[in-house]
Design a protein around this ligand. Sequence first.
Ligand code: FAD
Length: 546
Amino acid sequence: MKIVIVGGVAGGASAAARARRLSEDAHIVLLERGSDVSFANCGLPYFIGGVITKRDKLLVVTPERLRERFKLDVRTRSSVETIDREKKSVSIRDLATDRQYDESYDKLILAPGAAPLRPPIPGVDLPGIFTLRTLQDMDRIKAAVDQGVRQAVVVGAGFIGLELAENFHALGVRTAVVELQDQVLPPFDKEMTTLLAQTLAAHGVDLHLGESAKAFEKSPEGLVVHLKSGRQLSAQLVALGVGVRPENKLAVDAGLEVGKRGGIRVNDRLQTSDPDIYAVGDAIEVKDYVLESPAQVPLAGPANRQGRIAADNVFGRSSRYRGTQGTAVVGLFDFTAAMTGASEKALRRNERPFRMVYVHPTHHAGYYPDAQQMTLKVLFDPESGKVLGAQGVGRAGVDKRIDVLSVAIQAGMTVFDLEEMELTYAPQYGSAKDPVNMAGFVAAGLLRGDHPQIDVRSLLSLPRAERPFIVDVRTAGEFAAGHLPDAVNIPVDELRSRMRELPKDREIAAYCQVGQRGYLATRILNQSGFSALNVSGGYQSFTYVE
Ligand code: FAD
């Protein structure tokens, strides 16, 4: 068996190593256009910022190691130019010598990844404007920074853009971020990103939301970025982080099917429309695990797993790819934001019915020092309670909860299962009622009808005259520090004695700081003949959507 693999980083290197483990005899040719294989793309921003200090650490495996340990025929600086499906061969250009030659295959695995977008904006090719994908891109950015960049502009507030902004800031570079959407991290729901935007501002990062770069120009200061609004930003360095596009040229030229957004179409065995050609990683179109619709999800975990699955299938094993949940995490200064499954906006776009809850628990027991608050949003099916998506933002412990919720989604669990989950607890690690259990209690209470809720956005989007009577059940001091419009303050401990102040002929929306006292208030009121709802996530959620 001769296997040729195009692309030697995440998906390609995984496929090659797995193929060797499955067969000592196969001839495995790993072709990589760049000079490095299996490097840690995800670490690149952190080398720029000086967090990772040794460049070698980014070389997870060298070509020599792949040759020695895995007996792979590794060829770097080897660009695959065309595929001849009839002859089952690829044509390769050796970039060192410019020699062109053919290599036959029994099975071909495409793992060419995705290339950063360079939007056709005037001046986008000026020196000083960078994208980040390879170690060489990283070296160029690092060299530019070392030459004395004072101001940088990052275009795009996605994962890579924010990581770059943080790392430029760490180097003492004054940094501006320009983002077309009205929020950072567009895959997240907007209210979940409020804290991140605030932390950028608190660190002096100049954030321009709902803005776009219209032109780049040379200036005595280096570069000027002209924004759509007419504003101008000076910089000596611009980093573009506006997304990626699948590297599909080889596949398209060979007549393989690609999806609407250019991803190479594969079945659940990761076979393309040609059964002898497999494709993995950022270049492919995947099935969204929750929405079951086609999607492009450029993440390292899926690429690595797909590499293994493609190799399994090459050797006749029946491994299936289940689809991608989009489980992702990013650190920004001392915050963590993570998500898995469908967002609220994706569910709305797909007209998929859902309910959602917010909780704001601490990452470990509140009585233990340094308990840090997080916000979790859990989206679920209104009938079955099946978990559809989750997002979290906070300092510590967010990644752990989103990982648990990710597994819950993959296992097809419901919010009733979240109530029952048995998770680790000692005061320094969690709580006897873990944040995931808490989200389960709140969501399950909603579905059982024990705990009617309304989210703050839905509440405030109602015309004033149609809104429920709003009761703030926090203390007078908390109320005085800020409250929802038109709210009346009756602290929960006084509620039983002051019920006559509440209308019986109108729905009541009760809220507290995070939802817990509001829940108790709702239970008291509903058992006393009122029709009451709890405002999900309380005043804290209001501060995110305000
Ligand atoms: P790549 O890893 O991009 O590998 C594709 C390789 O194929 C490239 O090296 C390319 O040179 C080669 N190639 C392409 N065409 C040809 C050809 N014709 N001939 C020969 N070789 C070819 N994901 C996360 O999950 N978490 C993170 O924190 C994270 N951080 C990231 C940070 C940065 C700066 C970047 C750039 C990406 C990050 N990612 C992260 C995304 C992750 O790196 C990718 O999803 C993953 O590497 C995709 O794997 P892949 O094998 O499909 O493509």
